[in-house]
Write a protein that binds this ligand. Structure first.
Ligand code: INI
Length: 196
């Protein structure tokens, strides 16, 4: 059965309140039994975030940070609940992200950096270590980490992904962290429904 209004199903998806995880399909259809699907809500009231950003290639990282911050605020996070932590380069992102996650102060972390392919193998080491380190931070601490580490060939690609025609990857990563934060909070109660 279809919802009369798309808005009604959006509201149910986005602001479900106590029953927020009783989601419908996006177009308001109900393809599976009510209450069997879970999706993190994109509403951040009361949540706190740390944006961990690299100063290397800061010219491109700044718009990513701006995108992340503004996406969070547009989804209900108070500006004073968003911390910014700057590190020298992307290689340093995982350690700072780990300490931030371990502090227990943040609902989610967003890691932001730009690694540009150079003439040497340095690129591969920095990009590889930073990526796997950030994945480990989320895995080991249980705190969601939005991944806005861009690995690029040149400055033109950076422009496109830092607010240009490919969108703003900082905003995308921030919303991923927000969604995961809500998902992880709701998941234990949701899972209880399946205990037999
Ligand atoms: N750091 C980056 O964030 N992006 C890069 O493109 C980059 N390159 O190309 O060298 C880079 N290097 C610095 C690195 O992250 C460390 O800060 C540095 O090696 C000191 O530990």
């Amino acid at each position: 059965m279809r919802d009369a209004s798309g808005l009604a199903s959006f509201i149910r998806l986005g602001f479900g309140g106590k029953e927020g995880f009783y989601v419908l399909d996006r177009d308001g259809t109900r393809p599976y039994p009510s209450g069997t699907a879970l999706e993190g809500r994109l509403w951040g009231e009361g949540l706190t975030f740390a944006l961990v950003a690299s100063r290397f290639n800061e010219f491109f990282v700044r718009p990513l940070v701006h995108g992340a911050r503004s996406a969070l605020v547009r989804h209900g996070v108070r500006p004073e609940d968003i911390a910014e932590i700057w590190v020298p380069g992307s290689f340093e992102l995982p350690l700072a992200a780990k300490r931030a996650a371990e502090s227990g102060a943040f609902s989610g972390i967003v890691a932001l950096g730009v690694v540009m392919r150079g003439e040497t193998a340095h690129f591969d080491y920095v990009a590889g270590e930073a990526s796997s380190g950030l994945a480990r931070v989320a895995w080991e601490t249980g705190v969601p980490v939005g991944f806005a580490l861009l690995t690029l060939d040149d400055a033109e690609q950076a422009v496109h992904r830092a607010g240009g025609k490919a969108g703003n990857k900082g905003a995308e990563a921030a919303l991923a962290a927000l969604e995961m934060s809500n998902l992880l909070r709701d998941l234990p109660e949701f899972a209880q429904k399946f205990r037999r």
